[in-house]
Design a protein around this ligand. Structure first.
Ligand code: IDP
Ligand code: MG
Length: 145
């Protein structure tokens, strides 16, 4: 990228069942919009256990996989496509570290999460995973230009 050039990216954000349960849809959306991050697609639904397992397939061998996928299918979620300059890392910065006890003050997870598993939000971690994760939930027709 040239110096001063823009690096417009898309990323997948999920407000997890604990975030919905705590009434944080508006709060999370507000934090994105306040940062100038555009929401270009949004859906709310409940994942089946199978769908949660598919989404988190990279974690299949981890000891927390069963508990995580049960949690993620325990209630409705809100999934969003975010767009903006360097939005993948900017969203991760707004979210905070996976473990809320280690997350910086003022991040979504530090402010609201109960545990490393129930940590309110998901965000893609790289351009390739962002593309795969957006594709898991959205078709091109769902995304507003
Ligand atoms: P991330 O969401 O910050 O990218 P990942 O390591 O990709 O973190 O893990 C995916 C999700 O799995 C986390 O957001 C969290 O809900 C859950 N998770 C991660 N590590 C643990 C753990 O050690 N115990 C329980 N759940 C975990
Ligand atoms: Mg991750």
């Amino acid at each position: 990228m040239p110096p001063g050039g823009r690096n417009v990216q898309r990323t997948l954000s999920i407000i997890k069942p604990d975030g919905i349960g705590k009434g944080l849809i508006g709060e999370v959306v507000r934090r994105f919009e306040k940062e100038g991050i555009r929401i270009i697609a949004m859906r709310m639904f409940r994942l089946t256990l199978r769908e949660a397992e598919g989404f988190y397939a990279v974690h299949r061998e981890r000891p927390f996989f069963g508990s995580l996928t049960e949690f993620m299918s325990s209630g409705p979620i809100v999934v969003m496509v975010l767009e903006g300059d360097d939005v993948i890392s900017r969203n991760r910065a707004l979210m905070g570290a996976t473990d809320p006890k280690k997350a910086d003050k003022g991040t979504i997870r530090a402010d609201f999460a109960d545990s490393v598993e129930r940590n309110i939000v998901h965000g893609s971690d790289a351009t390739e995973t962002a593309e795969t994760e957006i594709r898991y939930f959205f078709s091109d027709l769902d995304v507003s230009e």
